[in-house]
Design a protein around this ligand. Sequence first.
Ligand code: R5P
Length: 314
Amino acid sequence: MPEADKEGKDFCLDTQVKNNGFFLKGSNSHDWGMKNRLARIFNPKSGRTVMLAIDHGYFQGPTTGLERIDVKILPLAPYADTLMLTRGILRSTVPPEYQKPIVLRASGGPSILKELSDEQLAVSMEDAIRLNVCAMAVQVFIGGEYETRTIENMTRLVDMGTRYGIPTLAVTAVGKDMKRDARYFRLACRMCAELGAHYVKTYYIPKDFETVTASCPVPIVMAGGKKLPEKDALKMSYNAVQEGASGVDMGRNIFQSKAPIAMIQAVAGVVHDNLKPKEAYEMYKDLKSKECKGDCKCGGKKKPAKKTAGKKKK
Ligand code: R5P
């Protein structure tokens, strides 16, 4: 037994105990574990996150850029704040030494060949805990054929996750024929938040996006959507965070970029450092000129070959 230490005397009686509110919108009433997980996903300094979404294979198979996650995505992972992916890819491909928080895709079922809203929960709470994830993501199809089922998937996940301090990210999926306007997204995001989602992922729209973020009482992260020119994707990210988004959950606009490592860093500049689109694009171009072209096995670390134009080989 170690000797008993002397009782302390320095009680700092002139210093009041701080009773800080939690930094994240609408999240102050959660329990410690839930807040701690959210504080790993969202950077407490900026209040925002850059999530790298690579879960597309759960209904689309090996799409462009995700054919080989080990080769093309793992080099990007250190630059993301969070990885969003399926348990299959997590177990098979991501080294357990990876320290960043994981957001687990928790719904699925139909492929692109079928009705996409026909989803069910696709992972148990027990497995999510076993995988040490920081949040679970579920698709919600407001206005879709299986709207009610997908809402029920979400509310069940919220119930199960809340029991263990694991947040639920509701992903608002928009059917092909639906109008992507502020009215639709206000409805979809608000419903997810009212029914318990801890944060919501939704698309950016150029008109009135700030009314979508303002009317949603929990954080919103912007989904990237189809690949755009890098300049436009950076502008969209800038507009989204300036209009109230707490970051991005972006896939194709990063991993389908000509220079993905440069792109994710430029997006992070916009999200965390409020870089203007022009500044971020300059940063992208500068980093792109230094980035490995992906045709070797250096994991993105290789310096570009020195220009030898005009020099004769001896
Ligand atoms: C799709 O349903 C998945 O949740 C993706 O994670 C999501 O679409 C984000 O990826 P992207 O930025 O490529 O749209």
